[in-house]
Write a protein that binds this ligand. Sequence first.
Ligand code: HXC
Length: 510
Amino acid sequence: MVHEELYQSFEDKNKTAETGGGAERIQKQHESGKMTARERIEMLLDKGTFVELDKFMAHHCSNFGMDKSHIAGDGIVSGYGRIDGRQVFAYAYDFTVYGGTLGAVNARKIVKVQQLALKNGAPIIALNDSGGARIQEGVESLSGYASIFYQNTIASGVIPQISAILGPCAGGACYSPALTDFIFMANKNSYMFVTGPDVVKTVTHEEVDKEELGGAYTHSSKSGVAHFVCNSEEEVLMSIRELLSFLPSNNMEDTPIIPYSDDTNRDLPELQEIVPSDPNVPYDMKDIIEPVLDDHYFYEIMSHFARNAITGFGRLGGKAVGIVANQPTFLAGVLDIDSSDKIARFIRFCDCFNIPIITFEDVPGFLPGTVQEHNGIIRHGAKIIYAYSEATVPKITLITRKAYGGAYIVMSSKETGGDINFAYPTAEIAVMGAEGAVNILYRQVDDETKKKAVDEYRKNFANPYKSAELGYIDEIILPKYTRIKLIQALEMAKNKIKSNPPKKHGNIPL
Ligand code: HXC
C-alpha cells in the first residue's frame, strides 16, 4: 500500500493524543477516584457518537520549559455527539495534561465548540477538572478565560449551557460554570473556589479546608452556586442526560414531547385531605406536586438550598413544565433572600426556553427581621416579581392555602400575568394572617374581643371566595382534580402569544 506508512503514523499520533498526559498520570487520575476526560465524554454521550475536534492542537508557550513538552490536544477534549439522539456539544478538561489548566490554545478550542453550539442551536456541556489559569502562559491564559466567559454570556438564553465540576475548579475556572444555566457537582473530589485555602489563610487568617470552602455540600446547600450534587461522576453524567430530556435544544424550539401513558384524566382522591385544617400545621408540598405529574416523577433542582422554596421539572401529558412552589414544611414556606434568588433564576430559565411554569402557592409572606432587611430582601424579593412579570410562557398558579400580603402578589398572581389562577377551597387570600391583622386593627381591646375579631377575619378573608368574586382567581377547584385542571389549563394556553415591548434588555434588580 502506497500510503501505509503515512496511515500508520496517523494512527500512532492519534493513539498518543488519546493518552493525554500519559499512562502514569491516567493511573493517578483513576487512583484518586476520577475518570479521564475521554472516559467522561464517552459516558455522557450516546455510545459511539462522539466526534472529536482539534485533537492535535498544542500550546506554543516557551516559558518555564514549556517548549520541551507539547501534548496533542493541550488538555481539552472537545467536539460534538448525541444525547438521546439529539445533537449536543461538549468539552472536558483533561487533568492529566498540565493539571487541566487553561492556556491560549486550549481556550481557542473551547471557544470553537461554544461558537458551533450557538450557531447550530444545540446545548453545550462542560466537564471541569482544572487547576485554573496556566501560570506559564500569563496574560494569554487570562485572555482565554475572558473569551470563554464572553461566549457563555452571548449564548445565555439561546442554548442550554450545563457545567459539571468533577475535580478542582479554581480561580478563573469558576466563572464559566457560574455563567451557565446549571452546575452539577460530584460529592467527592470536586471543589470550586475563587481562591484556595492557602490564599484564604494569608489574606483573612481564616483556616478552612477545601471541602468546607468550596466542596459539593457547601455549594449545594450554603452558597447556592451548584444546582445538583451527585454521589458519583457517573451519576452526574446520567443526571445531565436526564436534565436535557426536559429542555429544548435552543430558545426557538419547544420542549420535546415524550410519549406518555399516564392518564391525563387521573383523579387524585388522596389530595382531598392533604391540606391540614389548622393553618399552622405544615404539610409537604411535594405530596401535591409529585402525584400530579406524569408517573409521579419530579426532577428537583437545588433540593438542598433554600428549602422553603421548591423548583424543578416534571411533565404533564408528556410535555415538560417548570414547577415553582413554596414548601410549608421548611420555615413555613416563607419567602426570604435565598428562596427569592432560587425562584427568580428558575423562572427566567423556563421563560428563556419556552417551558410553561406551574406555581404551587402556600406562603405566609416575606421573612421579617434585620438580617433579611439589611441584606436586601427588598431587592431580592423584587426579582421574583420581575421574573414572573416579564415571563411570557404559559403561567398557571394554584393557591393551596396561604397567599398573604406581598407574597400573594409575587407568586404569579393574576395581575403579574398569571394565565390561569386556581385556588383550593382551603385557600386563604388576604393582606396578612388573622392574628397579625387583628393585632394591628384592635390594639387596645381585651382578649375576648380580639378572639371574636380573629374569627370574623377568618370567616371573611381566610378563603378564596372574595378573590374569586373579584376575578383574581379564575376557578376554585377540588384537590382531587388538580392534575386534570392543570393539564386542561396547559392545553388552553399552549399557543399563547405574548411579547413584551421591544427593548435592549430589562434591568432586573440584582
Ligand atoms: C500551571 C498547574 C496549575 C496552574 C496545577 N498545575 N495548577 N500548572 N498552572 N495553575 C500543574 C501542577 O504543577 C502539576 O504538574 C499538575 O498540574 C497537577 O497538579 P498537582 O498540584 O500535582 O495536583 P493536585 O495535588 O491534585 O492539586 C490540584 C490543584 C493544585 C488543587 C488544582 O494544583 C492547585 O492548587 N493549583 C493552583 C490552583 C489555582 O490557584 N489556580 C488559580 C490560578 S489563577 P506536574 O507536571 O507536576 O504534574 C486564575 C485566575 C484567572 O485562574 C482569573 C480569571 C477571572
